[in-house]
Ligand binder design. Structure first.
Ligand SMILES: C[S@@+](CC[C@H](N)C(=O)[O-])C[C@H]1O[C@@H](n2cnc3c(N)ncnc32)[C@H](O)[C@@H]1O
Length: 311
């Protein structure tokens, strides 16, 4: 089926990586057709797995794309048309022309069907797919968590980190620097088996409380990253990066060296966010770097979201 996927923010490359990660993790065939911000269009066996993406706002099944507002003949019972523009289009004109061809009752308050229109370089029309994973990330922003610290990640980025690891639903994932539990929470909510550890007892307590609020659980252990053991489908983690996130006095590069060495004993896949290119080089000693997405946080801080894999 052909799918329109609407981006959250402007992290286009990272989003394409996340979509690849989800579909390859779930072993679904796919092909990208085009990018026309704020959307991408792709062909995939199923749209359902994409509902777990962090960097997507919504997905729709494509009805039409082209240069002109189409006159489609569709029967929708109860519907609303929602338009997002990126360019010089008239929203009124789009709704008037499209509305003419739709049989059914317009219902702006609580529609059964939403016709999504993206008026960008081209015009795209689709029906929104709303079944599957709940997409409300706002309720899990740090300000809405029972316990948060400045280190707490944005839930959408935490979700995307899990997805770029190319894991199937139900995978066993470890976050060995779990902090307040953002990655654990996002993984649990999409059906992964999450394990978390941290050196700081307060962080484990914070993770436990935050997970409880959303009715999910993870296996939590207090330990240094050097003590992790077992076997995991992937490690997904956000290690200390200086600034507000403590490395307990240890030099960062020494900690990363020790961490990557240990990771290579327990998994073949690592999705990790790093503060510098030099840290990426350390990872490359132990794994192959498959994806890297630089995200600028502010003028003097860029973070590198990386996916490492061993052949
Ligand atoms: C950047 S924070 C993780 C933040 C987390 N993603 C969140 O959203 O809250 C890094 C974490 O690593 C922990 N940590 C630092 N050194 C460690 C070590 N040697 N072993 C295990 N955990 C460590 C810190 O206590 C901190 O919670």
């Amino acid at each position: 089926m052909e799918i329109i996927a609407e981006m959250w923010g402007n992290l286009t490359e990272f989003l394409l990586g996340e979509v690849r990660g989800i579909l390859e993790g779930e072993k679904k065939a796919y092909k990208f057709i085009m990018v026309d911000e704020p959307i991408i269009v792709l062909n995939a066996e199923s749209a359902y797995p994409l509902r777990r993406a962090g960097l997507l706002r919504r997905v729709s099944s494509l009805l039409y794309w082209g240069k002109e507002v189409p006159s489609l003949n569709i029967n929708l019972n109860d519907y609303a048309i929602r338009v997002r523009k990126n360019g010089n289009w008239s929203e009124r004109e789009i709704i008037r022309k499209l509305g003419k061809g739709i049989k059914g009752k317009a219902n702006l308050e609580n529609p059964e069907n939403i016709v999504r229109v993206y008026a960008c370089k081209n015009i795209y029309v689709g029906i929104e797919i709303r079944e599957g994973v709940e997409q409300d990330f706002e309720v899990r922003r740090s300000k809405n968590l029972p316990i948060s610290y400045p280190i707490t990640m944005h839930p959408r980025l935490a979700r995307a980190m899990i997805n770029i690891a190319r894991v199937k639903r139900g995978a066993k994932i470890l976050d060995p620097f779990c902090g307040t539990g953002t990655i654990l929470l996002e993984g649990s909510l999409i059906g992964m088996e999450m394990h978390g550890s941290d050196l700081d007892e307060r962080m484990l307590r914070a993770s436990e409380i935050n997970l409880k609020k959303f009715g999910v659980k993870a296996n939590l252990t207090r330990r240094d990253v050097g003590e992790i053991e077992g076997n995991y489908d992937a490690i997904v983690t956000d290690p200390p990066y200086g600034r507000s996130s403590s490395s307990m006095g240890e030099k960062l590069n020494e900690l990363y060296e020790r961490a990557f060495k240990r990771f290579s004993d327990v998994t073949d896949k690592v999705s990790i966010v790093l503060p510098e290119r030099s840290a990426v080089e350390i990872g490359k000693k132990y794994f192959n770097l498959r994806e890297i997405f630089p995200v600028r946080v502010h003028k003097s801080l860029t973070r590198y979201y990386c996916f490492f894999e061993r052949e």
